[in-house]
Design a protein around this ligand. Structure first.
Ligand code: M6R
Length: 588
């Protein structure tokens, strides 16, 4: 999982490539590299760490009008310079996003032909294969075709061949890639924000299509090397939506967009208290599987409670990395829902493909338009979160929750509940305007934090706990409130922070009893509720605006996101790019 970009045109290439890489850094930031053609030869520069380190080594004025760049999330081989992209073998220089699963076999085969390798990466077999086939074929397109025939796994590739400095070649399978048109030249890129400073016109490359991109032309070939036509798209959003806009961090900016994201998502599906035809009817399905990873999986857990309660149909929720390999029990009335912000998560995509292969109907709930999951599912419903840059998801989570509650209401034919969403954006805004620094100050020095809640609140606890640990590196666990006493309560010490959530008023007595159990063992209790609180069993209290139970998860997650943000800030963490992570996990 990495970001790739390439530019060829009349303008100097390095500012464009470096600028684009900065917008792809969310995809990985272990190292960065660039290859460009100057004085009729390819120069390569690589640095460990962020794009800013690479930038120091680059002279923007270099007379180069063609190049490819890469930002890496290390999979095969440590984040050393030698393992950084671009990789070059003979006449071929390559940047790669994805994983070559059969690289060991291919490497072995190539080594037996006396081809030597410099890195520990899976990627290096690609330029090695290209160089090998080119020595026989003497034709770049045929060479690429032969090479990709050998590859198993996923790839989006940017390729430069020393015999053709008039074109950059690109091909994809299982990893995203766009080709973009500028008035002075053309780009290849992993994602649209990388090119928005220059153009909003782009083409989505289909799987196994090969693009030949020159400064004023784009040709796309199918896998039989026949020229095919393509559709030019216009990106609707502004680059502003992918910029910081005065905020210190994307995470904070994105949380602060939640009132708008809620409204945009709601208004896309509902008008004047009625569902629009943008929301199809899924009533023929009698059982549902929800499959996703990370935060999207927690959306699934929350949605399953709501759908079961409201629609009276069973919902089975599973993480995608398990679902794809386990025996699952479907029938003709099963709908498999895949939830994914990026629409590119490898395990979620594999789970989707498994269901499609079994002829089961699939529905994708996705943020990134025309991403792989969106394109391959039978139905797709988009959340309207806009570009999410921070690695920790926030606004997309809130949009996914909103959409799944709407879906449950539609399924249950309980449209009267739609009125409970009216004005919710104002309550969201109210929560966004509250100050959570005080709570963060009481947590940030601890090494363990617990989150407890019941039912839907437990789902929100899971998300709050993940937000805290991924951004602040504090160990944190979420428990069903009634379960803690079955062992894990032994971890509670004097001062251990426990965040208790209760938005289900008929459960508040039970949850409060569980909170008292930890309080009496010395825990530092932060209680979050929309209920009236009469007793002082907490150290800090966060009162949520009161709304109908069905919309409460849209509200209750907000303080947890902001607490995680404030704690991470107090701890001086790299909030938008936490260590070891990447925004879209396109590896298994
Ligand atoms: O793009 P996806 O929604 O498929 O991503 C799934 C998870 O990788 C993602 O939600 C991850 O858990 C986030 N970093 C959480 O903030």
């Amino acid at each position: 999982m990495c970001g790739i970009i390439g530019y060829i045109g009349k303008d100097k290439a390095l500012p464009r490539i470096l600028n684009g890489l900065k917008f792809l850094e969310y995809r990985g930031y272990d190292s960065a590299g660039i290859a460009y053609v100057v004085n009729n030869k390819v120069e390569i520069k690589k640095e460990i760490g962020r794009i800013s380190s690479l930038e120091k080594e680059i002279n923007y004025d270099t007379e180069t009008y063609m190049g490819i760049g890469h930002t890496r999330w290390a999979t095969h081989g440590e984040p050393f310079k030698i393992n950084s992209h671009p990789h070059q073998v003979g006449k071929f220089t390559v940047v790669h996003n994805g994983i070559i699963e059969n690289y060991a076999k291919l490497k072995n085969k190539l080594e037996n032909m006396n081809i030597t390798f410099k890195s520990d990466t899976d990627t290096e077999v690609i330029p090695a294969l290209l160089n090998y086939y080119y020595s026989k074929e003497k034709d770049i397109l045929k060479t690429i075709k032969k090479t990709i025939n050998d590859l198993e796994g996923s790839y989006a590739l940017g390729i430069i061949c020393d015999d053709d400095y008039e074109n950059i070649y690109a091909v994809r399978f299982g990893s995203p890639l766009i080709i973009a048109k500028d008035k002075n030249g053309n780009f290849i890129a992993s994602d649209v924000p990388a090119i928005l400073a220059y153009t909003n016109k782009y083409i989505l490359l289909n799987e196994l299509e090969i693009a030949k991109v020159s400064k004023n032309n784009i040709e796309v070939y199918n896998k039989d090397l026949e020229l095919v036509s393509y559709v030019e798209k216009i990106f609707e959003g502004s680059q502003e939506s992918a910029l910081l806009n005065g905020y210190d961090h994307y995470m904070l900016k994105e949380i602060n967009e939640e009132d708008k994201v809620f409204l945009d998502t709601f208004n896309y599906y509902v008008q004047n208290g009625k569902f629009k035809n943008t929301m199809p009817d899924f009533k023929k399905y009698k059982n549902i599987h929800i499959v996703a990873c990370g935060s999207a999986y927690y959306v699934g857990i929350i949605a399953s409670s709501i759908i079961e309660e409201l629609c009276n149909i069973p919902v089975y929720v599973e993480v995608a990395s398990e679902y794809r390999y386990k025996k699952v029990f479907y029938d003709k009335d099963t709908l498999v829902i895949i939830i994914s912000q990026s629409g590119e998560t490898a395990d979620s995509l594999a789970a989707l493909r498994k269901s499609c292969a079994d002829n089961i109907d699939t529905l994708a709930i996705v943020n990134v338009v025309a991403s792989s999951i969106a394109r391959e599912a039978k139905y797709v419903l988009y959340v309207k979160a806009g570009p999410e840059i921070a690695v920790a998801t926030t606004k997309a989570f809130l949009a996914q929750i909103t959409l799944l509650i709407l879906l449950a209401i539609k399924l249950a034919k309980k449209d009267a509940l739609l009125k409970e969403f009216i004005g919710l954006e104002k309550l969201i805004k109210k929560l966004l305007n509250q100050d959570y620094k005080d709570v963060a100050l009481s947590i940030y020095k601890n090494s363990n934090v617990f989150f407890i809640g019941r039912g839907i609140d437990y789902g929100i606890c899971l998300e709050g706990s993940l937000k805290l640990k991924e951004t602040s590196y504090i160990n944190s666990v979420a428990f069903q409130a009634g379960e803690l006493k079955h062992g894990s309560i032994s971890l509670i010490e004097v001062g251990t922070p426990v965040i208790g959530i209760c938005t289900k008023k008929d459960m508040s007595k039970k949850t409060i009893s569980n909170i008292k159990e930890v309080k009496s063992r010395g825990a530092y209790v932060i209680y979050i509720t929309n209920d009236t609180v009469v007793d002082k069993f907490y150290d800090k209290l966060i009162i949520l605006p009161d709304a109908h139970e069905i919309v409460m998860p849209i509200l209750s997650v907000i303080p947890l996101q902001l607490i995680a943000y404030e704690v991470a800030k107090l701890r001086g963490c790299d909030i938008d790019k936490p260590r070891n992570l990447a925004k879209s996990v396109t590896v298994e």
